[in-house]
Design a protein around this ligand. Sequence first.
Ligand code: HEM
Length: 274
Amino acid sequence: MKTLTARRFRNSGIAIVAALLLVWLSGAMTTALRDTARQTGWILFSMICFLAAYNLRKKLPFLPLGASATWLQFHIYVGLLTAVVFGVHVGWRIPNGLVESLLATLYLFVFASGVIGLFLSRSLAKRLTTRGDEVLFERIPVYRNRLQAEVETIVFEELDEAASTAVAQFYADRLRPFFAQTRNFWQHLVQSNRSRFGLLNEMQAYRRYLNDAERETMARLVTCVEAKDDLDYQFSLQATLKYWLFVHVPLTYALLVFAILHLLLVSAYSGGIS
Ligand code: HEM
């Protein structure tokens, strides 16, 4: 743990020194009336190509391209450093021109999605271990169907034996929609238990209309509700961990396309790529 903190400290230090150096160098060159846009543009483009190459590294794990964990470390620090290079490149101003504005917007979205994704992957991965059994994402629908079938069996058994339809009525009104599909996606993501406790409180309050046998059935249903809610929690967190990359990666490719377009336009106006 200590080495991890030390490594983060060292890497952050290197990134900060590199950022300061870059800002200082660009300031010095501007004072000497030298245009830095070309140099910073190429540095930024190379950094973005390196960051995008992480996708290839993940797609070709069999090639001897170094450990994925090392790539991720470089990815994070180089990714953060691009913010400074980008700022220097655009002169800390909002760019004008259609391609430049689109390019800047794309860059900001890729950067923001990276930072948010990093935060999510760190925090959600920890939270996943705190509630319910860790289940394979692809198996979640199977477990949900199983739970729904179990609940229906309990309710129908009760209906056969009991004189009243109170439990079946509660199931039809409140539990069937709950078990039919994943529920409370956003609440689970922000760690809110409001719906869970709301439903459990309703079940508790409903007990006053039930006889002893029906109360026992209701207790079994409570266990199923808790298990289904835990499953929804796992779904919500795992889906977010999985799908944030579906924003980060396609935007990366759009960014590369616009960066190349920008490069071609700039070189057409300035008489060649150099
Ligand atoms: C600004 C330019 C950036 C580009 C072009 C870029 C591009 C990419 C690409 C192509 C991947 C590979 C995804 C895959 O194939 O699974 C990726 C993953 C990732 N990026 Fe970025 N990224 C950028 C910035 C950032 C920043 C600033 C951060 C965070 C500070 C970040 C954090 C991550 C993380 C955490 C992953 C997923 C790693 C994993 O789960 O293995 N990225 N990025």
